[in-house]
Design a protein around this ligand. Sequence first.
Ligand SMILES: C[S@@+](CC[C@H](N)C(=O)[O-])C[C@H]1O[C@@H](n2cnc3c(N)ncnc32)[C@H](O)[C@@H]1O
Length: 228
Amino acid sequence: MVAEFVVEFGKDGRRVEVDGRLDAAAFHRNHQAIWAVLQPYLAGLSGDVIEAGSGTGQHVVHFAGQTPDITWWPSDLNENHLRSIEAWRAHSGLANIKPPLRIDLSDAAWCAAMQDGSGPQKPLAVFCANVIHIAPWRVAEGLFAGAGRYLRDDGRLFLYGPFKRGGKHTAVSNAVFDSSLRDNNPEWGVRDLEALQELAANAGLVLIEIAEMPANNLTLVFERPKPA
Ligand SMILES: C[S@@+](CC[C@H](N)C(=O)[O-])C[C@H]1O[C@@H](n2cnc3c(N)ncnc32)[C@H](O)[C@@H]1O
C-alpha cells in the first residue's frame, strides 16, 4: 500500500469538529507503534518534550496522557493546525500539555519562546513525525540544528517517517510515495538516513537506534555522543 500525504489536515475530506479539532488518518495507524519506541526512553523522566510539526495535535494528547511527569509542548506552522492542536489540548483536559508554539523549523532558532524563557528550557526530547519529507531540506536542517542547540545534555531527538537507507528505498511503496512527493514539490522527498546522520553530526548528535516500524517507516533516535 502506498502512503498518501496530507499537506493540510481538514482539507482532505475527513471530519472537522466545530471547535477546530482535525483528524489525521495516519495517527490511528501509527501512534501505538511510535509510543512503543518512545516509552522506554521517557520512562521515569520528567521535564519538557517538544513536538515539532504536530499537525492535528493527536499524538501529543496520546503521549501526554501516559506521562504526567512530562510537560509536552506541541508546535506547528500552519494556523489551522495550531487551532486544532489547541482544541485537542482543551478537549483532553490534560494539564501537562502547553498551548502550541508557532515554530518554523526552517529557522534554526525555532521561535522567540525558546530564548525568552517563556518556552521549554533544556527539553529532554524533541519528537517529529512525518514532517521532513513533506517540506524543503532546510526544514530538516533547522530541525537538527535546533535539537542540537536546545536539547539538554542527555536529551534525545525522535524522528518518525519513511527514509532511504544507503541511498535506496526500503520498499517499492516508498519509492512510489517519494515520486508523488517530488511531483507535488521538487523540494520535498523521502530523505536519506546517511544525509540525516550528517546533519546530526553537525548538530552534535549521533544516531543510536533505528527502529523498524509498520508500513516501511522507521523511528530514528539521536542523542549526544557519550564522553569517551
Ligand atoms: C504530514 S503533517 C504531519 C503532522 C503530524 N506530525 C502527524 O504525524 O500527524 C506535516 C506537518 O509539518 C508541518 N510543517 C511543514 N513545514 C513546517 C515548518 N517549516 N515548520 C514547522 N512545521 C512544518 C505542517 O504544517 C504539518 O502539520
